[in-house]
Each structure stands twice: as C-alpha cells, then as structure tokens.
Design a protein around this ligand. Sequence first.
Ligand code: SAM
Length: 289
Amino acid sequence: MPRLSMLPTLVREVFGTRDFPREPEPALVMEDKEQVAAYAEAGRIDGVMSAAYLFQTSRIIPTIYGKKKILDLGCGPATQLAQLAEFLPDTSFTGIDLSEEMISDAKQYVSKKNLQNVDFILGDITKLQMLDAQSFDGVISTMALHHLPSYDDLHRCFEEIKRVLKPGGVLYLTDFGRLKSLQSVLFFAYQNKAYQPHSFSLDYERSLRAAFLPSEFNKLLGVFSGNVKAYSTFGIPILVILKTPDIEIPKALISQLREEKRKLPTKYQRELNDIRLFFGLSGLKNDLF
Ligand SMILES: C[S@@+](CC[C@H](N)C(=O)[O-])C[C@H]1O[C@@H](n2cnc3c(N)ncnc32)[C@H](O)[C@@H]1O
C-alpha cells in the first residue's frame, strides 16, 4: 500500500459516488487446485499476504487470549489459523471450510508444522448443525465472508455464530469492505502484480467485487450483544473488523509479535504499518507493535 499512489483512490472513495454493484464470487468455494495453491503461497513465509496475516494475528490474539476453544469460519489453507495456533499453544482451534482442496492443503500445512492444537471440519459456515449450541468460547473468520452469495446468507452465518458461541464468548470477524469505485478495486487488486501470480490478482479483484458494504456488517451487529464493535480502514473501507473488546495479554507474546514483524521483508513491514495506520485513524486502539 504505497501512500502517495493511494491518494487518488482516497479522493475517489471519500468524495465519489458508488459506480458498481456487488458481484458474488463466481466460484463460491475455492476448489480449483491452481487457485488454492496461489492463495496458499501468497500467505506463506514472505508471500504478498504476510503483512495482512501478521496484522490480523496481532488483533486476534488480544481478542481471544485465554479462551479454550476457537472456531475459524472459512479457514482456507490455514495460514492464519496456523500462525495463531503457534502463538497460542494452549488454545484449541477448529477450522471449517467447504472446499475439500483447501481442507486437504490446510491439514498438510499444520501437520508439516507439527501443530497439535488444530483440527478441521468440511462444512458450510451458514449451516453449522454439526456443531452443538454454545460449544465454542470464540469464533473468528478472516477474509471469507465475501464468499457468501447474498446478504441473507451472511445473516444466516451470523445467526449460526451466535448459536455456537457460549454466553460471553469472544468474536473477531474480518473481511473486505465494498469500495465505491471499480477503479479503486482494480488499483488494489493489481498494485502488487509484479510480485504475485496472476491468478492471485484475479482472485483479489473478484473478492473486492464480492465484498459486502460496511453498512451491511453494521446492520448485522444487532444479531450479537452490544459488546461487538465495527471498525474499518479510514477513508477507504477496504477492510472491516467486527470484534469484542481486547483482553490483556502477557508481555512475552507482544515481544514475540514484534519479533515476527522484524522478520518480514521491509516492503511488507511498511505495508503492515499502513494497515495499522489506517485502522488507528479509524479509532482501533491498543496497537501492539
Ligand atoms: C479467501 S479464503 C480465506 C481463507 C483464510 N481464512 C485466510 O484468511 O487466508 C475464503 C475461504 O472461504 C471458503 N468458503 C467459501 N464459502 C464457504 C462456505 N459457505 N462455507 C465454508 N467455507 C466457505 C473458501 O473455500 C475459502 O477457502
């Protein structure tokens, strides 16, 4: 996210009018082998999504810290999930995804990392009947909700989250927010095209076209009790977070997070700083870096 080149997008998004409708993802579930591989690769080690994953980890840890059982909706190749499971070995995580290809990739990834605190279910995040009511201390989801075909499916998913969460359970949902202009979508989808496979850029473009409006997420907050708050990146609501309040975490975990940041290539450290800045300007407090 280089800052100066983002200026025209900022102006367009703040002062412009909406110029394209929502287009649900053509492939709702990510089953294509090449697409799954490109997506998984983008997040691993020094991939183009590594800054975004570390940012989400730094925000999810203080949301779920100390909780025993966490459900991850639309876990995909488990890049995010595995990073959280490494940071929080005393928490057990269940990832659910409707794509067999993703679940198979995810299983291989966590077994290669020798993580004992993660398991997986093949299933639909709008129909969680295989899970008991009030069986999880927390629910998380990263970059998956825009795959749902309609607002009604998103509503169904939120009702299911409420059902499987224990009273007082914690919540962290994050996804893309719908931009006003198609030009902004193309700017973000292709800005790193030199570093990422074309199928990843295309997937990014489709995701941004399929994103729900921040106002739609806000409307659905009513499903949960009053302690879930919504945040989005300042000016350009490309990312949205719905979360319960932070819990205090040990200093050692904060040092570990900072160490992970230092390991990122410089351009991704800069990107991580930009995401932090844009959420900070929107009022998201308690930045751990
Ligand atoms: C873009 S990936 C995000 C993966 C992961 N959470 C991350 O942050 O990298 C979205 C995932 O949602 C899954 N998905 C889409 N619709 C779903 C549904 N109805 N139920 C379960 N998973 C679904 C897709 O198969 C895909 O793996």
